[in-house]
Design a protein. Structure first.
Length: 411
């Protein structure tokens, strides 16, 4: 018995030492194996291709007081319906204290992401920049398409679970079952044409149905409704699909979810640079900034739609911020295909309007490991961060209708 216990203890200690990456360490292609399972396989491959990980000591982060209070007041009543839909939700985190061994833990984790503390009641951003091109190992990104539009806005509106901007906790429009509306302002890689079009408008539903989406077609001067399968596609040389924005933004009814484990993972939640600096040389497909060990859920999302280009996603979700740190995307033959990484920066309200701490998505990278292409995006620093992002400014649902989108483009 003593030998069995001793062997088990030695094994645990060896595993802990194998995973230890001390603050100050720099992970490169030569040293990335030191990280063990602190990184997804796709993220490790990005490091092998040149991305540097500068490990820093973990920093604390705090929820907004009103969000914490809403969680404490309402979480006990929240339920999952028979199909996995969210029921009796009012505000705050739907499922605090998720247990990985719960047979529906995967869905609970993903609903926490959908209504997490990182989501404002409304938000808009300017100065978005993306670039895409060939990312051959050992060579800098060969950019063949890009956009930087300092005047184009992306907007988000939360219809339920509101804790900062009246009316609270829900807008009247939430009665239709829509829980959020989004406008992606810039022309995105997935919709590149000779004539610049966009924006894209999405309405997302609480009952797990597919989102509604519309797109402004400049050549026709009309807003066209698009089939939902567009969300699942990455045509031509496009690297990232719309469902992968933010690391995961697909409808929850399109996947089954399984928690693979709770563990420490490396991720970026306190990025320092603004704008983020691209790594030098052949690693410029990604930013270089500080990473830290975070407590996370690792969730496997298996596709259920026949038109989904992926077979599954493996998602790393921060257990406190409830943001996606990284995602590995697999094809229908269960082969690793793409790697996606978010670069978050949690910091006090940059506008000085409140004592809240917000998560600013300063940049992303997604690399197609099979076709050697990448798309990198960031807030490029053409404005101050306070002028590039506005949070809880009081956006209204009327601005998120197809008619409003069309009128705004025609004016």
């Amino acid at each position: 018995m003593r030998r069995t216990f001793a062997a088990a203890l030695i094994g645990l200690l060896a595993a802990a030492l194998a995973r230890a990456v001390p603050p100050g360490a720099v992970l490169t292609a030569e040293t990335v194996d030191q990280a063990g399972d602190l990184l997804l396989p796709g993220t490790r491959e990005l490091v092998r291709r040149g991305m540097r990980i500068e490990v820093a000591a973990p920093q604390p982060m705090r929820w907004r007081r009103v969000y914490q209070a809403a969680t404490e007041q309402h979480a006990a009543q929240v339920r999952l319906g028979p199909l996995g839909q969210l029921q009796d939700y009012v505000a705050g985190l739907p499922f605090p204290g998720v247990r990985a061994n719960d047979d529906r833990a995967g869905l609970r984790v993903m609903w926490n992401h959908a209504f997490g503390p990182w989501i404002a009641d409304d938000a808009q951003s300017w100065s978005y920049e993306w670039e895409t091109g060939a990312a051959k190992p050992g060579k800098p990104l060969a950019v063949d398409a890009r956009q930087r539009d300092d005047g184009e806005r992306s907007k988000f509106l939360r219809l339920m679970g509101r804790t900062g901007v009246p009316p609270m906790p829900a807008l009247p429009e939430a009665a239709s079952g829509v829980f959020s509306m989004e406008i992606y302002g810039p022309t995105m890689p997935v919709f590149q044409t000779l004539v610049q079009s966009g924006p894209l408008l999405l309405h997302r539903y609480l009952d797990l149905r597919e989102p509604d989406l519309w797109y402004w077609v400049a050549a026709e001067r009309k807003t066209r409704r698009l089939p939902s399968k567009v969300l699942y596609e990455a045509p031509g040389d496009t690297v990232v699909d719309i469902n992968s924005y933010w690391g995961f933004s697909a409808p929850l009814g399109s996947y089954t979810f399984r928690v693979l484990g709770e563990r420490r993972m490396l991720g970026v939640v306190h990025a320092q640079g603004y704008p983020l600096a691209w790594c030098p040389g052949a690693s410029d497909f990604a930013p270089c900034d500080r990473w830290e060990e975070r407590d996370a859920f690792v969730v496997e999302a298996t596709a259920t739609k026949p038109y989904d280009i992926y077979g599954k996603r493996v998602i790393v979700l921060d257990k406190h911020a409830w943001v996606v740190l990284a995602t590995d995307l697999y094809d229908r033959q269960d082969r690793l295909w793409k790697s996606y990484v978010n670069f978050w920066s949690y910091r006090p309200d940059v506008r000085g309007k409140s004592d809240a701490e917000w998560g600013y998505q300063l940049g992303t990278t997604c690399v197609d490991l099979r076709d050697d292409r990448a798309v990198r995006s960031r807030l490029p620093g053409t404005r101050s961060l306070a002028a590039a992002v506005d949070i809880d400014g009081g956006l209204e649902a009327g601005a998120f209708s197809p008619m409003a989108l069309e009128q705004a483009r025609r004016n």
